[in-house]
Ligand binder design. Sequence first.
Ligand SMILES: Cc1cc2nc3c(=O)[nH]c(=O)nc-3n(C[C@H](O)[C@H](O)[C@H](O)COP(=O)(O)OP(=O)(O)OC[C@H]3O[C@@H](n4cnc5c(N)ncnc54)[C@H](O)[C@@H]3O)c2cc1C
Length: 416
Amino acid sequence: MQRILILGAGFAGLWSALGAARRRDELGIDPARLEILVIDQNPWHSIRVRNYESELEQTRIPLTEVLDPVGVKHLAGLVTDIDVLKREVAYQAGDQGHLLTYDRVVIALGSHLFRPAIPGLRTCGFDVDTYEAGCRLNQHVADLPKGPSGPGQYTAVVVGGGLTGIEAATELVSKLKQARGSAPVTAETPPVRVVLIDRNAWIGSDMGDSARPVIAEALQALGIETRVEASLTAVEADAAIVDGERIPARTVVWCAGMRANPLTEDIPVPRDRLGRLPVDPFMRVPGVPAVFAAGDAAWLPIDGTHLSVMSCQHGRPMGRFAGNNVVSDLVGQPMLPLSIDWYTTILDLGAWGAVYTEGWDRVVVTKGAEAKRTKEIINRERIYPPRSGNRREILDAAAPVVQKPPPVFGNLRTSS
Ligand SMILES: Cc1cc2nc3c(=O)[nH]c(=O)nc-3n(C[C@H](O)[C@H](O)[C@H](O)COP(=O)(O)OP(=O)(O)OC[C@H]3O[C@@H](n4cnc5c(N)ncnc54)[C@H](O)[C@@H]3O)c2cc1C
């Protein structure tokens, strides 16, 4: 029996596994001869992009629900080592260490939030990087009325004016208002206050000239204060210290910077500044036999020119193609190159709506409630695997094709 190991069951890993299962089925290969095995530390697939939202119940999908119907095996374990010479992966399950050999491996171990050594950040700070972190933040905010009343009770300082920080900050306005309103409000009850800080000169500096005024409009409408060219220097239980200024705040949320999974260091190739592995259009890591990579752990010029972005927008198709190609490669069939000729950004702006941009220079196509409609379709439908348990439907969803861009609502284009 031969074995394909898929490391990680996030957007890239889950879709690699399903893409591999589809290709195995298409080629008529008996699953008893070709095992596809997913290892993830969790027994579920996380819709990670939703971790800033208030309701996270629907964001974890049991792997059993999606992988069992298509004959993909999975186990819960923490990958600790990848040995490309021995073609072996070490993982920890409970107290036990295990080794598994592979004929092909797909590294889809994703990324994690980069946390610098700022005093108090690890002990007092919050984030929205994982399901657990998102739940912890939501619980903390819901519990604020139970804490002592005082300055900063309903103040949140969000650090990082990139996409995740903006989404976290705009959503926190509603979360804090709901928490404050859940207990009797008196004249002494502190107000809701959200401060978004960034060390760059702009909030949303990656979003470009077209989208930045829209973001500014939304932040202003939601009453979010911004501080630019500002740095968090310390976090206390009830304050954020920003460039020496003490801002009373019981909630400090760190949203600045992503790094690829450190296990990418096990692969003997130069990684980019984010720690990602280079891959060719077939998702192979050049020069390392039998190793494929996808998602946030990998990068390639996605359209031949622009580098892939750490995003589910790129991670899912990278996964589908990696899965297809890893099977094809193993059995000597032609592989398919990935090229995506469109790029969109749909940024949630909380109760104000959202902004939808097209292209690498991020030109606004819709905003407000219309863009929010697209965002909701993405977050709640488009990026979910089929949950019917229907084998054919699941396999078909994993075809190595590039989806069309998300629908646009509004007067610039009609929905597709
Ligand atoms: C709040 C937030 C909002 C976002 N919004 C957007 C958005 O609007 N649009 C967009 O395109 N992208 C967005 N992103 C980015 C997107 O979530 C990531 O790019 C995407 O999750 C990457 O997919 P992945 O499969 O490579 O990694 P992940 O989704 O991180 O999956 C990695 C998997 O590997 C597992 N794993 C990691 N280490 C180990 C180990 N040692 N052993 C076993 N298992 C391990 C993890 O449990 C996880 O299941 C957002 C991210 C966040 C946090």
